[in-house]
Write a protein that binds this ligand. Structure first.
Ligand code: BGC
Length: 285
């Protein structure tokens, strides 16, 4: 696009909206909740009225600070350290969550990481770490949540469904990503994990979906947004011409977990400013 045409584009506006109380009396567990997208989701769920378990693995101070911040919304919250790729840790976390909050209605399967490397240099350790947390971790947490949801069944006072799981996937469940084969494989795996369990447990009134973020402003991916040059380069991949904010994802998660979205089941929702529109084809191809 020529610079004259670029100059005519409207300024970016960030939404100024209030999250409605659509999750009153619901209990949510958010994995990897103490930073980035997980934190943005925990904050919005609390604003929507849900009690929130803040799972974390590193940096306990940030988890405890978040718990204090969430409690200011008048909800119950506590932090729980657990490695989502460790079966015993996960079982213990769900046990504690039910013990302290009385139930779990919503699982946000968010914990995830990257260990990037050119393919021929990728170590088995890098591969296993990413698959372990991003895919096996989502399996282990979903399995415990499904057991709890099935056992309790539907409580009409709380929600139309027995429970909701939201997998945090990525645009990279469909966009291949050179130099990140382990990460893209884990997110492709999350897609079929989500769809297969959704198909299996839907008759039990359990609703399972994925959220697929594009580039979101988090501390982890600072290199892609923190300098004007990097930001301009990133915008070539985003037709809507702004980076996503963690509360963009949080608001979607709160809505998707609520009865407003009751008929949405087994679907990946992309929230990416149009990254999956393959913007290179706007002028190429
Ligand atoms: C990754 C980000 C990346 C985005 C778009 C996400 O899944 O975590 O680091 O910027 O995909 O490529």
């Amino acid at each position: 696009m020529s610079s004259t045409a670029k100059n005519k584009l409207p300024e970016v506006e960030i939404p100024d909206v209030r999250t409605p109380k659509i999750l009153q009396n619901q209990k949510a567990l958010v994995t990897g909740a103490n930073s980035g997208i997980g934190k943005g989701i925990a904050v919005e769920l609390a604003k929507a009225g849900a009690d929130v378990v803040v799972n974390y693995i590193v940096d306990p101070d940030s988890a405890h600070d978040l718990v204090d911040q969430l409690k200011e919304q008048g909800i119950a919250s506590f932090a729980f350290k657990a490695d989502v790729s460790n079966e015993a840790n996960v079982i213990e976390m769900f046990h504690q969550a039910v013990k302290e909050l009385g139930a779990i209605d919503i699982l946000i399967n968010n914990a995830g990481l990257q260990r990037d490397a050119p393919f021929e240099e990728m170590t088995l350790e890098q591969w296993n770490k990413v698959i372990g947390v991003n895919l096996t971790g989502q399996f282990l947490c979903a399995r415990e949540a499904v057991k709890i949801f099935k056992k309790r069944g539907v409580n009409r006072e709380i929600s139309c469904s027995a429970g909701k799981i939201i997998h945090i996937s990525s645009v990279h469940e469909v966009i291949p990503w050179a130099g990140h084969a382990n990460y893209a494989a884990s997110k492709g795996g999350v897609m079929m994990l989500m769809k297969s369990i959704a198909q299996e447990v839907a008759p039990h009134r359990i609703r399972i979906n994925s959220i697929c973020p594009g580039a979101i402003r988090t501390p982890i991916n600072k290199s892609v947004w923190s300098t004007p040059e990097a930001y301009d380069k990133l915008m070539e991949l985003i037709p809507y011409r702004r980076i996503g904010e963690t509360d963009d994802i949080g608001r979607l998660a709160a809505w998707l977990a609520s009865d407003h979205a009751d008929y949405i089941n087994g679907t990946s929702i992309f929230i990416d400013g149009g990254m999956t529109l393959y913007p290179g084809f706007a002028t190429g191809g």
